[in-house]
Design a protein around this ligand. Structure first.
Ligand code: HEC
Ligand code: HEC
Ligand code: HEC
Ligand code: HEC
Ligand code: HEC
Length: 223
C-alpha cells in the first residue's frame, strides 16, 4: 500500500488538515496511512502462550541467543527452541511455577508450544539469516535490544526501503562475526566520534578485502 503522507503528518495540527480536506476524506486517508503495513508492524507484540522473558534469560541470565536460536548461523530461518531446550533447565529450576505449566504440559504430551510468530516477510521476498549473521550483521541491527524486552516486539519496519538503507551503507552495520549476538555493541561504537570514524574505516577495508556486496538488484530479493 503506498505511503500517502510523510511521517511528519503525525505532528501537523489535525485541525488545519481537517479544514483543507473535509472530515470524511481525512478520516479515510488517515485510516489508510495508519493501517498500512509499515505503520502497524513496528511494535507488533502478540500475546504468547508462556510469559517467557528475553530480558530475564538473554539479559539478566546472560544466555547467548544461539543457545535457543541454534540454527541461525546455518539456515535462512532462525528457529524458535523446542520444549526440550526449556526443560534442560526447567526440569530442575522453577519446577512448580504456574507460568511454566504449558511447558510441562508440552513436555508430557509431546505437543509443541504454539509460539506466535512476530516477524513476517511476504512470500515474494527472500531473506536468509545465515547470509547476514556470518558476515557480521548483529541481531540487534534488525531486532533491536531483545535483551531488554520482557515481551518481544518488532523493532524495525522490515520494509524494502529499510533493507536497502543498510545494503547501501553496510560499513555502518558490520562487526566481527563472532560478536553478532552481543547486545549494546551498535550503541557503543557510536558513542565516541573518533572511535566511530575508525570503526567505519576498518569496515571499509573489510568490505574491500572480503568483497562484501549487499545486493540492490531486484532479483536478489525477489525471484
Ligand atoms: C532460553 C531461550 C532463548 C534465548 C536465550 C533467546 N531466545 Fe529469542 N525466543 C525464544 C522463544 C521461546 C521465542 C518465542 C516466544 C517469544 O517471541 O518470546 C523467541 C523469539 C524471538 C524472536 C521473535 C521471533 C518471531 O516470532 O518473529 C526474536 C527476534 C528473538 N527471539 C531473538 C533473540 C535474540 C536476539 C536473542 C539473544 C539476545 C534471543 N532471542 C535469545 C527463546 C530464546
Ligand atoms: C539483516 C537483518 C536480520 C538479522 C541480522 C537477524 N535477523 Fe532475525 N529476522 C529478520 C527478518 C527479516 C525476519 C523475518 C523472516 C521471515 O519472515 O522470513 C527474522 C525472523 C527471526 C526469527 C523468527 C523465525 C524466522 O526465521 O522467521 C527469529 C527467532 C530471529 N529472527 C532471531 C534472530 C537472531 C537470534 C539473530 C542474530 C543471531 C537474528 N535474528 C539476526 C532479520 C534479521
Ligand atoms: C539455562 C537455563 C534456562 C533455560 C534453558 C530456560 N530457562 Fe527459564 N528460567 C531460568 C531461570 C534461572 C529462571 C529464574 C528462576 C528464578 O527467578 O528463581 C527462569 C525463569 C523462567 C520463567 C519465570 C517463572 C516464574 O514463575 O517466575 C519462565 C516463564 C521461563 N523461565 C520460561 C522459559 C522457557 C519458555 C524456556 C524455553 C524457551 C526457558 N525458560 C529456558 C533458566 C532457564
Ligand atoms: C543492517 C544491515 C542489513 C539489513 C537491514 C539487511 N541486510 Fe541484506 N545483507 C547485508 C549484508 C552486509 C549482506 C552480505 C553481503 C555479502 O556477503 O557480500 C547482505 C546480503 C543479502 C542478500 C544476499 C545474500 C543472500 O542471501 O543470498 C540478500 C538476498 C539480502 N541481504 C536480503 C535482505 C533483505 C530482504 C533484507 C530486509 C528484510 C535485508 N537483506 C536487510 C546487510 C543487511
Ligand atoms: C534487499 C532486498 C530487496 C531488493 C534488492 C528489492 N526488494 Fe522489493 N521488497 C523487498 C522486501 C523485503 C519487500 C516487502 C516489504 C514489506 O513487506 O513491506 C519488498 C516489496 C516489494 C514490492 C511490493 C510493494 C511494496 O513496496 O511493498 C515490490 C513491487 C517490489 N518490492 C519491487 C522491487 C523492485 C522492482 C526491485 C528492484 C528495483 C526490488 N523490489 C528490489 C526487498 C527487496
Amino acid at each position: 500500500m503506498p505511503q500517502l503522507f510523510p511521517r511528519q503528518v503525525n505532528v501537523l495540527p489535525a485541525a488545519s488538515l481537517f479544514g483543507a480536506l473535509g472530515g470524511g476524506v481525512l478520516v479515510v486517508l488517515l485510516a489508510w496511512y495508519y493501517l498500512s503495513p509499515e505503520f502497524y508492524e513496528v511494535g507488533y507484540m502478540p500475546d504468547q502462550p508462556v510469559p517467557y522473558s528475553h530480558a530475564l534469560h538473554a539479559g539478566q541470565l546472560g544466555m547467548d541467543c544461539r543457545y535457543c536460536h541454534n540454527h541461525v548461523e546455518q539456515s535462512p530461518h532462525a528457529n524458535v527452541p523446542s520444549t526440550q531446550t526449556c526443560m534442560n533447565c526447567h526440569g530442575v529450576v522453577q519446577t512448580e511455577s504456574a507460568k511454566l505449566l504449558p511447558v510441562r504440559e508440552s513436555w508430557a504430551t509431546g505437543v509443541p508450544i504454539e509460539w506466535v510468530k512476530i516477524h513476517h516477510l511476504p512470500d515474494y521476498a527472500q531473506f536468509s539469516h545465515a547470509a547476514h549473521v556470518n558476515v557480521g550483521v548483529g541481531c540487534e541491527s534488525c531486532h533491536g535490544r531483545i535483551d531488554q524486552m520482557e515481551v518481544v516486539y518488532q523493532a524495525e519496519p522490515l520494509s524494502m526501503g529499510w533493507c536497502l538503507e543498510c545494503h547501501r551503507a553496510p560499513e555502518e552495520h558490520l562487526r566481527d562475526p563472532s560478536l553478532v549476538t552481543q547486545m549494546g555493541y551498535a550503541e557503543a561504537v557510536r558513542a565516541d566520534e573518533d572511535a566511530y570514524e575508525a570503526y567505519l574505516a576498518e569496515n571499509r577495508v573489510r568490505i574491500q578485502n572480503e568483497d562484501i556486496m549487499p545486493p540492490q538488484n531486484c532479483s536478489a530479493c525477489h525471484y
